[in-house]
Design a binder for this molecule. Structure first.
Ligand SMILES: [Zn+2]
Length: 158
């Protein structure tokens, strides 16, 4: 399981962020939420992605995939912009056959939004940052709706 060192967007302090944690990682110096990005595979996905309290954006990718390399920086930007609101989890499908089978991944990159392990939005193929941002915003604000993009009516929520 790999976490990593990220720089706080507010004060610039480098913080070590674990791949899995009970809460939301915050800067040790200024206590602002930190961007959260982690890698997961078949053996760590439950702990890193499904157990997360925050909505998780899952990037199913592979090292040989050109479009994946274009979407990765956009996702990392989004994770920085939405620090404390989402967690980005990257899964290399080549080394995670169980996860790719479970989510029926046919093409990569495949992007998912998970809430408590449930898929609330899904997107296949590389898209620009602005489209990603709209997609994630929609999934965060209206869980369940992003699956049904294109439907004419919004479900009424009482
Ligand atoms: Zn800070």
């Amino acid at each position: 399981m790999t976490g990593g060192v990220v720089r706080c967007g507010h004060c610039g302090t480098a913080n070590r962020v674990p791949a899995a944690a009970a809460g939301t990682p915050r800067c040790g110096k200024c206590h602002q939420p930190l961007p959260w990005m982690a890698d997961a595979d078949d053996s760590t996905f439950a702990e890193v992605a499904e157990a997360a309290r925050l909505p998780v954006v899952v990037d199913l990718w592979a090292p040989w995939c050109g479009p994946c390399r274009t979407v990765s920086p956009a996702l990392e930007q989004l994770a920085r912009d939405l620090a404390g609101k989402i967690k980005l989890v990257k899964v290399n499908v080549d080394t995670s056959p169980q996860i790719s089978q479970r989510f029926a991944v046919q093409a990569i990159p495949t992007l998912l939004v998970l809430r408590h392990g449930q898929v609330t939005a899904r997107q296949t193929g590389a898209v620009p940052l602005s489209t990603l941002r709209t997609w994630v915003d929609q999934a965060l604000n209206n869980p369940g709706l992003a699956l049904f993009r294109g439907a004419g009516r919004r479900p009424s929520i009482k």
